[in-house]
Ligand binder design. Structure first.
Ligand SMILES: C[C@](O)(CO)[C@H](O)COP(=O)(O)OP(=O)(O)OC[C@H]1O[C@@H](n2ccc(N)nc2=O)[C@H](O)[C@@H]1O
Ligand SMILES: Nc1ncnc2c1ncn2[C@@H]1O[C@H](COP(=O)(O)OP(=O)(O)OP(=O)(O)O)[C@@H](O)[C@H]1O
Length: 337
């Protein structure tokens, strides 16, 4: 499928490579404190994001540019998806779009516009290892990967700060997969600072059937809220102090006890079966269990890799999950392979 996008100005590709592959990680929110809805429709958050070792790989190939005539598009992109979310009925939120809605296509356009390029033709191959519409920022990872890949492909040399600003324009979760590791996010979640962590954490993720739309979970969070206050009467997001202290200890039992997600209750109200999966993981001995972001993936913290394998086997045997994945963290941010 071909996607025609809007215009920029002339390009000189110089000695740039003709094909770049970038790997970008999924995330789990160790803490997601949500405040009242703001005037712009977003919610003020205090979140601690951790990159986990589940990845999407994006390969961008530069094709012969068009003639660069003034009325041509800045970028023409074709998209090919493999892995998670590659097939299914069009319009299903759990199916990755191959048109201009795809975050990677939008990212390519932003790089071209910012660098003043025009007439670029690219092919995007997206190998998805991150579940779609799952609360693990899969689309955001692809957006971040495309920013890095197109910058390298076209030799535009955009400063890291510019890439972060473009990422924030694409979505609240997009700046984080650029940096990876563990970070504190404030504002609508896009203003990041790195957090010092000790040790390695072992996660198990229970994937659910179908997606859960992020706006609908925030809307459900708002039910019963009043002007300037959350439904439970707060005027600000729940602070992240306990999780910030916990990740510095390197002790998974301490982190497990500190995990917090204000979107968990609304996600369970929309999808009650998530409560059963969380209970099962806790009964199987998880050190901590929570809904990942806006769900419907649930995340379980293990003592070590062997305990993670036990938890994964138990959750798979329970029949409560569509599939189960194990991943260690923190993982690195978007990396050119
Ligand atoms: C749930 C999280 O994944 C936690 O990291 C994020 O808050 C969601 O980030 P995202 O998917 O990148 O979301 P965006 O694309 O920025 O926004 C999609 C929609 O989610 C809601 N939204 C998102 C972020 C935020 N701080 N407040 C919101 O209310 C808004 O309805 C917004 O229109
Ligand atoms: N490259 C992409 N990969 C996956 N989904 C995409 C992509 N581009 C756009 N989308 C669309 O974005 C929506 C959310 O998908 P995504 O996988 O990013 O959700 P998520 O993991 O819940 O994200 P978040 O945690 O940021 O809320 C889906 O409806 C999906 O079709």
């Amino acid at each position: 499928m071909s996607t025609e996008l809007s215009t920029g100005s002339t390009l000189s590709p110089e000695s740039s490579p003709s094909r770049v592959t970038v790997r970008a990680p999924a995330k789990v929110n160790l803490h997601l404190g949500v405040g009242p809805r703001r005037a712009d429709g977003f919610h003020e958050v205090i979140t601690v994001l951790q990159a986990v070792g589940l990845y999407d790989e994006l390969t961008v190939t530069d094709l012969e540019p068009t003639d660069g005539s003034d009325d041509g598009p800045a970028v023409t992109a074709t998209v090919e998806i493999s892995g998670e979310g590659a097939v299914g009925p069009a319009g299903d939120p759990a199916v990755v779009p191959t048109n201009a809605d795809n975050l990677a296509v939008r990212a390519a356009l932003l790089v071209a516009e910012t660098a003043g390029l025009r007439g670029r033709r690219i092919h995007l191959e997206m190998a998805k290892g991150i579940p779609v519409a799952a609360g693990m920022a899969g689309g955001s990872a692809d957006g971040a990967a495309a920013l890095v890949a197109c910058d390298a492909l076209w030799g535009t040399g955009l400063p890291v700060q510019t890439l972060a600003e473009l990422a924030a324009r694409l979505g609240s979760d997009v700046p984080f997969p650029l940096t990876g590791g563990t970070a504190l996010g404030v504002g609508r979640g896009e203003q990041l600072s790195l957090v010092a962590t000790a040790g390695e954490y072992h996660w198990v993720f229970a994937l659910a059937d179908g997606g859960l739309s992020t706006p609908s979970v925030y809307r459900e969070f708002d039910s019963g809220a009043t002007e300037g206050r959350t439904a439970d009467g707060r005027t600000a997001p729940t602070p992240a102090d306990a999780v910030l202290t916990a990740v510095a200890t390197g002790d998974p039992a301490v982190l497990g006890a500190a995990l917090c997600n204000d979107l968990q209750a609304p996600a369970i109200r929309l999808r009650p079966s998530l409560g059963d999966v969380l209970a099962e993981g806790r009964a199987l001995g998880a050190l901590g269990a929570l809904v990942s972001g806006s769900g419907p993936t649930t995340a379980f913290l293990a003592r070590d890799a062997a305990h993670g394998a036990e938890l994964a086997a138990g959750l798979a045997a329970s029949g409560l999950a569509r599939a189960v994945r194990q991943a260690s963290a923190p993982a690195p941010g978007a990396t050119v392979l």
